[in-house]
Design a protein around this ligand. Structure first.
Ligand code: GLN
Length: 547
């Protein structure tokens, strides 16, 4: 039966709860325990799938096809445990389940209330898979005191009572602001935040305090006294140069020990931190730097491409180089020549995206990379744009385009080299979609297999010809244009096992030009960089040596 660690936050948002949870998961693994991490989000959207990346950052997709919060990406990157559909839930999903049950008559005509119906639904969610791991780490989104978060806080309070004593602990993240005028770290906001928690019946066992300054012993004692926690359970979280230093930093500050103490686990198994020491070593000891342009639409908000940014960092670690990322707004090239904007980069990446805005610019970026022999990685929409570029500029299909854009304009303007997929095979079953289906959940989502062409660059990069990768898209490159495109040299080097859906294209006579219909960034880890990113950065390093 799993032990539960509930992670909450107070004082301000963006304290790094997700990172603290992920780092703690990694530390418990280093001590030989198995872990699973979960996120409970108080917002009312049923899932983040239809939320704008401007609002919520990237949508992280699991193998089993759930569109989840980007914190699940952190969890996977730190623990290597593939997240599942049942690791992420929002208030919207909980309420929608409760209302569905009510409509079905499951509650036998009873009055439906937040307590117990909503809280029970949350507790059922928490219990899924409780026999599978030693520790279940559950992070509650938002901060204590948020109206929407209340049912979650009430549910975890009840949950810890339902379980035998000592099976659940609460870890609370707060901020210790530094007042330069008085030269002091202030503990009052932390005290208030803990009071707020206590007023809803939750007494934290561990306080993680974010601080820009070292926390003096005196302040630590004060926090312990006023917040009713042990002094050793007041753990400092200082700013870090790299998020991947977090496991070692939290270990130094005693977080994992405090957690094991709170559960009365003694003697505590010794941690094996070699993986994280190697990761830190690769961050601190680099030789050279490459600069990569990400040509996209949501460039003002880096969280929109969180996993790509991280995967590039991992690729840098694999090659022991620093990767500098520069965000370039694709829309600039709608009207301007891309050359002055893209010259000088050691590689170009065009990420996934939705809608027509900026796509002509992305097509030009692909053309620039192809003609100038600059390493190019096209992810999802970035692959589709590379194919359209080849179709227009080399295969004589001047009006090649995607049905995605026709749909928006309401009239046919393009030859649909990329078309709306309405039927495909998942495992042994057929999946069907209509154009008019809901915006949420109409995509090809989650892990699908692909077969790679023997002798292709991707087969060489992966070191195998059978792969599976995560997908999130509605449109596909139409295989009926394959022959025409292969005649001009574009190789279809990865296909779905039934040969109907192009998964990867590449230009063989190019230093590195690969487009993938899936999202390899979602599976990259600092201790296990994704082969495509590792090799893409290697190619960028080679380009940097040429100039
Ligand atoms: N908009 C494209 C599609 O739906 C690409 C999606 C993506 O890049 N994730 O197919």
């Amino acid at each position: 039966m799993a032990r539960y660690i509930f992670i909450t936050g107070g004082v301000v948002s963006s304290l790094g709860k997700g990172l603290a949870s992920a780092a703690l998961g990694a530390l418990l693994q280093a001590r030989g325990f198995s872990v699973r991490l979960r996120k409970l989000d108080p917002y009312l959207n049923v899932d983040p799938g239809t939320m704008s990346p401007f609002e919520h950052g990237e949508v992280f997709v699991t193998d089993d096809g759930a569109e989840t919060d980007l914190d699940l990406g952190h969890y996977e990157r730190f623990t290597g445990v593939p997240a599942r559909m049942t690791d992420s839930v929002s208030s919207g999903r909980i309420y929608s389940n409760v209302l569905e049950k009510e409509r079905r008559g499951d509650y036998l005509g009873k009055t439906i209330q937040v307590v117990p119906h909503v809280t029970n639904e949350i507790k059922d969610f928490l219990k899924v898979g409780e026999d599978e791991v030693d520790f279940m780490l559950c992070e509650i989104g938002g901060t204590v005191g948020d109206i929407e978060g209340l049912p979650f806080f009430e549910a975890i309070r009840q949950f810890s009572h339902d379980k035998p004593r000592g099976q659940c602990i609460f870890m609370h993240l707060t901020l210790l602001p530094y007042l330069a005028a008085s030269g002091e770290l202030k503990t009052k906001p932390t005290q208030h935040s803990v009071k707020e928690l206590q007023s809803i019946g939750i007494a934290p066992d561990i306080l993680v305090c974010r601080s820009e300054q070292p926390i003096p012993e005196k302040e630590r004692e004060k926090i312990a006294l006023f917040c009713n926690v042990r002094k050793e359970a007041v753990v400092a979280a200082y700013d870090l140069n790299s998020i991947y230093e977090a496991p070692l930093a939290y270990h130094r500050e005693g977080l994992d020990q405090a957690v094991l103490d709170a559960f009365d686990i003694s003697p505590a198994p010794k941690p094996d931190l070699r993986v994280w020491q190697d990761v830190a070593d690769r961050i601190h000891h680099t030789d050279g730097e490459v600069t990569i342009a990400i040509v996209g639409k949501y460039t003002q908000l880096e969280d929109a491409y969180k996993s790509i940014k991280e995967a590039l960092t991992h690729g840098g670690m694999a090659n022991r180089v620093k990767v500098k990322v520069k965000w370039v707004d694709a829309e600039i090239f709608d009207t301007e020549d891309p050359a002055p904007h893209l010259e000088g980069f050691h590689a170009i990446l065009v990420p996934g995206g939705f809608g027509e805005r900026g796509t002509e610019g992305k097509i030009k970026a692909a053309q620039f990379a192809r003609e100038r022999q600059i390493p190019y990685m096209g992810i999802c929409l970035g692959m589709q744009m590379a194919v359209i570029e080849a179709a227009r500029n080399l295969a004589g299909l001047d009006d090649a385009g995607s049905e995605e854009f026709d749909h928006e304009a309401g009239k046919k303007r393009f030859t649909p080299v990329v078309y709306h997929l309405k039927e495909w095979v998942q495992g042994n079953a057929k999946v069907k979609r209509k154009v008019s289906d809901d915006k949420g959940g109409t995509m090809r989502l989650g892990a699908y297999d692909a077969t790679l062409k023997d002798g292709s660059r991707v087969a060489q990069v992966y070191g195998t010809t059978e792969i599976d990768e995560r997908h999130r898209h509605r449109y596909e490159v139409d295989v009926k244009y394959r022959e025409k495109l292969e005649q001009v040299g574009l190789v279809f080097s990865g296909m779905s096992p039934d040969g109907r859906l192009p998964e990867i294209v590449e230009w063989p006579d190019h230093p590195w030009f690969i487009g993938v219909q899936f999202h390899p960034e979602l599976k990259s880890k600092p201790f296990d960089p994704h082969p495509l990113f590792a090799d893409f950065v290697r190619a960028a390093v080679e380009t940097s040596r040429l100039v």
